[in-house]
Design a protein around this ligand. Structure first.
Ligand code: SF4
Ligand code: SF4
Length: 213
């Protein structure tokens, strides 16, 4: 390589390094684009999501007619609704409205069925933060254990349905699920193991009697 060419190469390398460092250095004076999720956001992340974002489902129980259209339209049986007759009032009441969000595929078929044929009580929200180490915590119970909810009578004009804000029912159900479900299921499991052991013992005791006969 000629001496002139050699000097040009050194100059090109120095310029390239200088350009790279200039870009890096300029970041010291720019507004940072990283966000300190989740605790130091200028506004809550759900508020920044698109309008039609499909997050956790929620049910606004005070406008649910108990028609079960959502339950029937779910192709993978995520929704479980129970209706029970109240002996005092002789009227049907909702005693269970569970959605298994760990199983849900967010297809929106239940939402569509409710919106077009009923009141719009079930809907997707922008809530999505549900990380947990157990799937039990993802079964949202919109009617707490042991409680019931009267059925809503829908008005003829759908504009008169008192639709509430989207989100609070999902947040409340998620908090309740995270707090109560694992403990409840642990109790059920313990009960099941106890019954199974008792049945085994009963079976073992019954065997010799059967053999005698
Ligand atoms: S009103 Fe909507 S949420 Fe309630 S049972 Fe009917 S379809 Fe489901
Ligand atoms: S979004 Fe789809 S999968 Fe989830 S509960 Fe509704 S119908 Fe079922």
């Amino acid at each position: 390589m000629e001496f002139g060419e050699y000097l040009k190469s050194i100059s090109r390398a120095a310029t390239t390094i200088f350009e790279g460092m200039a870009v890096t250095f300029s970041h010291l004076f720019r507004e940072p684009i990283t966000v300190q999720y989740p605790d130091r956001m200028p506004r809550p992340l759900p508020e920044t999501l698109p309008e039609r974002y499909r997050g956790f489902l929620e049910v606004q129980m005070d406008i649910c007619t108990g028609c079960r259209r959502c339950e029937r339209s779910c192709p993978i049986e995520c929704i479980a609704i129970d209706l029970t007759k109240n002996p005092a009032t002789k009227k049907q009441e909702l005693t269970r409205f569970d959605i298994d969000m760990g199983k849900c595929m967010y297809c929106g078929l239940c939402v569509e069925a409710c919106k077009t044929e009923s009141t719009g009580a079930i809907r997707h929200t922008k809530e999505f933060e549900g990380s947990t180490d157990t799937l039990d915590s993802l079964t949202f119970r919109f009617i707490p254990e042991g409680q019931s909810h009267p059925l809503y009578k829908a008005p003829k004009d759908p504009r008169e349905i008192p639709l509430g804000a989207y989100g609070p029912c999902a947040r409340e159900a998620r908090e309740r699920a995270m707090r109560d479900n694992p403990a409840e299921l642990e109790e059920l499991r313990a009960l099941w193991v106890k019954e199974r052991d008792a049945n085994k013992k009963g079976g073992a005791a019954a065997e010799p009697a059967a053999a005698k006969a």
